[in-house]
Design a protein around this ligand. Structure first.
Ligand SMILES: Nc1ncnc2c1ncn2[C@@H]1O[C@H](COP(=O)(O)OP(=O)(O)OP(=O)(O)O)[C@@H](O)[C@H]1O
Ligand SMILES: [Mg+2]
Length: 244
């Protein structure tokens, strides 16, 4: 379980998170929506300890992670896979090196044949078999996202954070990424948080949806409750998103 309590974060004079409360249950897929710049990515970064809150806490499996020392934080991070917004691949590295990166961060690096096997398995899973030796520059946007996804899954994480997994992809590629997110949930029973602007993704992958607005969680409900909401702020947001 991930529990976010009264999370606050400002950058300079800009108050981004103003007291976010959100609980993600084990095994559920929580989709986060909200306008550009409302703090979705900032919130995700707090969950893995990449950002430190001004106030409030994040608990992972009951453990407050915000004051942990580097080593203890590392133990927590091992349970996470993170698909960063824009995939964030290293251009100088091959696909296999990019995917294997989280394995190199382990205290004890697995032997090469094990790394090769798990990289091959994850590339198969995301529909990119045999691409190990390619460089990111040789890939399409959709392929880069899928490599980012393979990297997020390489440690078989219990918690997976997806930041805009389908943004910039065509509808067919978006569907296939949604299906992957869904399959991963079914197969490994992972707990997932998916940030998206894509209302199709909301319908396809969410157990519950949280909408952020003005630095807080404004609404939590099922996909149907959100998509059918008559609340002015939610309705406006969805209407605009659908015309993108
Ligand atoms: N490291 C940082 N330093 C200063 N400001 C930051 C930093 N990270 C984020 N911000 C600011 O915090 C606000 C929220 O950013 P965030 O990236 O979380 O938005 P978002 O909801 O993910 O938007 P989008 O949908 O466009 O990805 C923005 O105004 C951004 O400029
Ligand atoms: Mg973002």
């Amino acid at each position: 379980m991930i529990e976010i309590e009264n999370l606050k974060k400002s950058f300079g004079t800009k108050d981004v998170l103003k007291g976010v409360n959100l609980t993600i249950k084990d095994g559920e897929t929580m989709v986060i929506i909200g306008r550009s710049g409302c703090g979705k990515s900032v919130m995700l970064k707090h969950i893995v300890g990449l950002l430190h809150p001004d106030a409030g806490t994040v608990k992972v499996g009951g453990l407050v992670i915000n004051d942990l020392k580097q080593k203890a934080l590392y133990q927590v991070r091992k349970q996470f896979g993170f698909l960063f917004q824009g995939a964030a691949l290293f251009d100088s590295m091959t696909v296999e090196e990019n995917v294997a990166l989280p394995l190199f961060e382990a205290e004890v690096r697995p032997p090469k044949n094990e790394i090769d096997a798990v990289v091959a398995e994850k590339l198969d899973l995301v529909g990119l078999p045999g691409t190990q030796k390619l460089k990111p520059a040789e890939l399409s946007g959709g392929m880069r996202k899928r490599v980012g996804l393979a990297r997020a899954l390489v440690t078989n994480p219990q918690y997976i954070l997806y930041d805009e997994p389908t943004t910039g992809l065509d509808p067919i590629m978006s569907d296939s990424i949604d299906n992957l997110i869904h399959d991963v949930k079914e197969k490994v029973k992972a707990t997932a948080i998916v940030v998206t602007h894509d209302m199709f993704s909301v319908k396809n992958v969410a157990d519950r949806v949280a909408m952020m607005h003005e630095g807080k969680v404004y609404f939590i409900g099922t996909p149907n409750e959100v998509l059918k909401s008559k609340d002015e702020i939610i309705f406006e947001f969805i209407k605009r998103t659908e015309t993108l």
